[in-house]
Design a protein around this ligand. Structure first.
Ligand code: MTE
Ligand code: HPA
Ligand code: MOS
Length: 764
């Protein structure tokens, strides 16, 4: 009998057909209860003000309106801060801190009525001075959290004794998540004042806790369920709770189910985005380009509250080295408070911003010395046995970049193409090309150590079919199919015998967000542990029944072989049930070996690193400033990939999302603090036409996790986004127009046509 091997196979996403045929249920597609009410919310239209009065009488008298809600009507805590900072309300009270901040909500017979009624509110403000940009926040020392410093060695001494020294800065823009399914929640009242909340959240447990707190009830009064999200990208790690709470408070007050779905423009105005950063550097290096000392200053736009800004700004510091050894280094991080929406998690979680900083430095060094930037990158890579300690004093033991870069350099024909581009540019004054090679190293684990835990619940029914549940959530990344593959292989049953089920706080409690790319690593281990518990009981049962030694029992191809006996898995399950054996188990996993001390900024915050590299070739039009990606080659170390089909999709999607962040997506507030890029008409995400024309994506065949992760795989969700930094570097080369340009063009991100044109006219 052949062994069943789903793991390491190319398997289609379980919902792929349902996604394209419209049969996948999202919250807004669920059959609506007949007594359902709809709500909407009204927001501040000024950036910073005292609220003098709020008159909602016209709203309340609008036909079809059931009632209104203000902060005073929330029975429990008016609070959504995820890290217990108590700095962000569900509904603002007497102070509004950004334009778009929710102030009140309206419950009505229909969504259209609720949205119309909202407009009738009369609110009087006394405006206060608003801080709208990072520079002003820095000057005014306006911070949501204290500044942090990470240091190793003495950067001051190293800088002052270096033969070469460069200073510079780069601004990295924000990014809107633009998940296809916007924020949405439906709350259904149950017996005894309990509440069932159906929502689109990466963090059902946090929604559960915050809803319970807002209702003034214990956590066990609230159940949260998430079947899937139509994309999240970090934008639903904390941002779903506010809307869930509004529906739950209304449902609690009326005893009727209540739904809220945000309009796209409001979703963009009222929910957080990627943090924009102002990064300054001062670097000392030798004549070959080797970094001797470096100082970074990160100024981070957090918006009005801390949200996840602490760990995000930390992760930016953790990745200010990217793949390079920084012997004497100081990184200072300022967590700026501005009167703009509170920024939040976004794929990479600060890592991309930190990495843009160091990649910029390497390019600047290469231009200064007239070298190929790849040469400077390679010379600065972490060593295998020495030069391998990070600024947070973790020794890197799994560095595969030397080998992976050599493989990609060859397969992409980088060196020859760079020369071809130089020749092309000499004869083409309007259309110019550039190429860049960028490695990425990304730390895997939540840097908040206690979050690195996961659990699962597995049932085997008496017909041998399996019910699989775990704490992870599906946002399109393919977590559910990967975990199902793992469980199916463990029991040696066909994949379609394993039922994928919605994440539910009543089945697996106290979970962490599905985030930090660790969904499969952690939930895969937990689910396997649960399956193994059941298997152990079945082995015990079979051993007694067939009178064979436990070591002679094997699960294989929908069967269990016990010595000379053979029985189908389904039959054995039925007999075990009749033999009064429990066929249900929980599994738990905590990531081993990790620890971190923020006081000394040292430890091992990550179990391992995911690695990859990309070569991108771009073309710019010097008359219009437009750019396009001609070709990208990616080599990514997914370890021994659990599902290469899913992983290649993650690499492609992550890269394109990163390219959007760095080239076309611009978050822009006017001088009154109004977000002017709040719709696809003004905010340009990549389409299929923006994909690289030639896109060679490969999982590195030599990959294998040296840590004992699930089937020796590596995380894949976030790191590929950072490979898009190659696009930005390549655009710089195209602007410079020649290989030995000496000064790096001063191109910030995003490299929009406008930015490219400005750069061309400034630098030539
Ligand atoms: N892929 C899709 N299709 N949709 C998403 O929302 N989110 C990304 C990434 N890939 C996302 C995605 C982010 S921010 C993270 S942290 C990981 O998926 C989370 O899932 P994982 O831990 O299972 O990889
Ligand atoms: N990544 C994503 N989400 C998080 C993290 C992290 O490192 N820490 C806390 N929430
Ligand atoms: Mo991903 S930013 O960790 O949700």
């Amino acid at each position: 009998m052949p062994e069943i091997r789903n793991v390491h196979s190319f398997i289609t996403h379980d919902s792929a057909r349902k996604h394209v045929s419209g049969k996948a249920y999202y919250v807004d597609d669920l059959p609506e209860p007949s007594n359902l009410l709809h709500c909407y919310f009204g927001t501040s239209d000024v950036a910073h003000a005292r609220v003098l009065s709020m008159d909602l009488s016209a709203v309340e008298h609008y036909p079809g309106v059931v009632r209104t809600l203000t902060a005073r009507d929330i029975p429990g805590d008016n609070e959504i801060s995820p890290m217990h900072n108590f700095d962000e309300p569900v509904l603002a009270t007497d102070l509004v801190q950004f334009a778009g901040q929710p102030l009140f909500a309206v419950l009505a017979e229909s969504r259209a009525i609720a949205r119309q009624a909202v407009k009738l509110a009369k609110i009087e403000y006394e405006e206060l001075p608003a801080i709208l940009d990072i520079e002003t926040a820095l000057k005014d020392q306006s911070f949501v959290l204290d500044p942090q410093v990470m240091k190793q060695g003495d950067s001051q001494v190293a800088l002052s004794t270096s033969p070469n020294r460069l200073q510079g800065k780069i601004f990295t823009g924000g990014q809107e998540h633009f998940y296809l399914e916007g924020q949405v929640s439906m709350s259904l009242p149950k017996e005894d004042g309990d509440m069932l909340v159906l929502t689109s959240s990466q963090h059902p447990s946090e929604v559960q806790h915050l809803v319970a707190r807002s209702l003034g009830k214990p956590i066990n009064a609230v159940t949260v369920e998430v079947r899937r999200m139509g994309g999240a990208f970090g934008g639903k790690e904390t941002q779903a709770a506010q809307w869930a709470i509004i529906t739950a408070v209304f449902a609690n007050a009326t005893g009727r189910p209540v739904k809220l779905r945000l309009d796209r423009d409001d979703d963009m105005r009222s929910t957080g985005k990627r943090h924009d950063f102002l990064i300054q550097y001062d670097v000392g290096f030798d004549d070959e380009g080797r970094i001797l000392g470096i100082e970074f200053e990160h100024a981070v736009r957090c918006g009005i509250s801390a949200d996840l800004s602490g760990p995000i700004a930390d992760r930016a510091m953790f990745h200010s080295d990217n793949a390079y050894y920084l012997p004497d280094v100081t990184v200072t991080s300022y967590r700026c408070k501005t009167n703009t929406v509170s920024n939040t998690a976004f794929r990479g979680f600060g890592g991309p911003q930190g990495m843009v900083g160091i990649e910029r430095v390497i390019d600047a060094i290469a231009y200064q010395l007239g070298k190929d930037p790849l040469e400077v990158r390679v010379i600065n890579l972490y060593g295998l046995k020495e030069r391998n300690v990070t600024p947070y004093k973790m020794t890197i033991k799994d560095n595969v970049l030397h080998s992976l870069i050599a493989d990609l350099k060859e397969s992409s024909n980088y060196t020859a193409r760079r020369q071809q581009i130089a020749a092309f540019n000499q004869n083409s004054p309007v259309i110019r090309r550039g190429i860049a090679f960028t490695p990425a190293k990304f730390g895997i684990s939540f840097t908040t150590t206690f979050l690195n835990q996961a659990a699962a619940l597995v049932h085997v029914y008496k017909d041998g079919s399996v019910h699989l549940n775990h704490g992870g959530t599906e946002m399109g990344q393919g977590l559910m199919i990967k975990i199902a593959q793992i469980v199916a292989d463990e029991f040696q049953i066909d994949l379609d015998r394993v039922k994928i089920t919605a994440t539910n706080t009543g089945k697996v409690p106290n979970t962490s967000a599905t985030a930090a790319s660790s969904g499969t690593d952690m939930n895969g281990m937990a689910a396997r542990a649960a399956a193994r518990k059941i298997k152990k009981r079945l082995i015990m049962f079979a051993s007694k029944k067939f009178r064979v030694d436990k070591s002679d029992i094997r699960f294989i191809n929908n069967h269990v072989v016990a010595g000379e006996f053979e029985i189908s898995f389904a039959k054995l399950a039925e007999q075990a049930w009749m033999g009064r054996i429990s066929l249900s188990a929980t599994g738990f996993y905590r990531t081993p070996k990790i620890h971190y001390d923020p006081e000394t900024s040292s430890g091992r915050p990550f179990l391992y690193f995911a690695y990859g590299a990309a070569v991108s070739e771009v073309e710019i039009d010097c008359l219009t400033g437009e750019s396009r990606i001609i070709r990208t080659d990616i080599l990514y170390d997914a370890g021994k990939s659990v599902n290469p089909a899913i992983d290649i999709g993650q690499i492609e999607g992550g890269f394109v999302q990163g390219a959007g962040w760095l080239t076309s997506e611009e978050v822009w507030w006017d001088n009154q603090g109004h977000l002017r890029t709040h719709a696809p008409s003004t905010y340009k995400i990549p389409t299929c036409g923006d994909m690289p024309e030639i896109f060679n994506v490969q999982i590195w065949q030599k990959g294998r996790n040296r840590e004992k992760t699930i089937h020796r795989s590596k995380a894949v969700g976030e790191p590929p986004l950072m490979l898009a930094i190659s696009v930005h570097s390549a655009i710089n080369l195209a602007i410079a127009g020649k290989l030995n340009g000496e000064t790096l063009p001063s191109l910030d991100t995003p490299a929009t046509p406008e930015a490219i044109l400005n750069c061309l006219s400034a630098d030539t």
